[in-house]
Design a protein around this ligand. Structure first.
Ligand code: NAP
Length: 247
């Protein structure tokens, strides 16, 4: 099912900086009717409101606070496209003394936050004709980077949940996208020590829009992602995207 974001009502988590901010800007510039900029501090999207006026609607979501997600879904009843972009990163190896604490922190935001987002927004998307649910995963969902292994584990778990959502939300006509960037030039890219090889967040935005047109489930937007996506293509097509419960 090909999908055009033109004239659509979209919600983006983590909309105040990094990839999320560029997603908001790109969606509006590509014709979105309205974007709910979902953030922990609503004042943090004031620059976007100043730039785009009432096309940007600030809304409170803290992915570690399920009540905030439920409340946002009650407010944003007209949303047609949900992009769960917000994420948390700790540069922790499994051998670090704080490995378990880091993994718990990252799982809470990157995985439990995703589950709460899907639970709260699935009925809204259904009521609005199906729509789209986009999840920001990573190349580390497929390939662990040892220096941030706990983050990689959380993104692998998020990818696993995203695969389930593809089938389950597909039954109500919701398109699900799993986005797998490599190093992107944001605060998180810097924190991961990837500044030198990072590519612009605009690649993620155009990759999502292109995947919606092409009916792709996996999105590999930048150079490293495309390399991993190319190697992964056969497994994705013949295993991940096949419904194995049908004989
Ligand atoms: N940058 C990369 O190289 C890269 C590569 C692959 C995947 N990704 C993924 O892409 C997504 C965006 O990353 P980014 O690079 O743009 O990161 P970023 O620049 O560090 O921004 C992170 C965003 O997530 C928000 N956030 C953090 N914890 C939150 C919480 N508990 N509830 C709600 N929002 C929260 C932040 O809000 P505050 O301003 O309030 O902290 C911020 O808006 C993430 O899911 C990340 O894992 C990034």
């Amino acid at each position: 099912m090909t999908y055009d974001i033109n004239n659509k009502i979209i919600l983006v988590t983590g909309a105040n900086r990094g990839i999320g901010k560029v997603l908001v800007e790109t969606f509006i510039e590509r014709g979105a009717k309205k974007v709910y900029a979902a953030v922990r501090q609503v004042e943090s999207v004031s620059p976007l409101v100043e730039k785009y006026g009432d096309k940007v609607v600030p809304i409170h979501i803290d992915l570690s606070n399920p009540q905030s997600i439920v409340a946002a879904a009650q407010t944003a009843q007209d949303v047609q496209v949900v992009v769960n972009n917000a994420g948390a990163f700790k540069g922790t190896t499994p051998l670090d003394s704080n490995a378990i604490a880091s993994l718990e922190f990252e799982m809470n935001i990157n995985v439990y936050g995703l589950i709460h987002m899907a639970q709260a927004f699935a009925p809204v998307l259904k009521a609005n004709g199906g729509g789209v649910f986009v999840q920001l995963n990573s190349v580390v969902s497929m390939k662990t980077f040892p220096n941030f292994a706990t983050y990689s584990a959380s993104k692998a778990a998020a990818y696993s949940i995203t695969q389930a959502l593809r089938e389950l939300l597909g039954e109500q006509g919701t398109i699900v996208l799993s986005v797998h960037p490599g190093p992107i030039a944001t605060d998180m890219g810097d924190a991961a020590g990837l500044t030198e090889i990072a590519e612009p967040p605009s690649l993620v935005a155009s990759g999502i829009i292109e995947a919606l047109k092409n009916e792709d489930f996996h999105v590999f937007p930048d150079s490293m992602a495309k390399q991993i996506g190319g190697a992964y293509q056969s497994f994705a097509a013949n295993v991940v995207e096949v419904n194995m419960s049908e004989g």
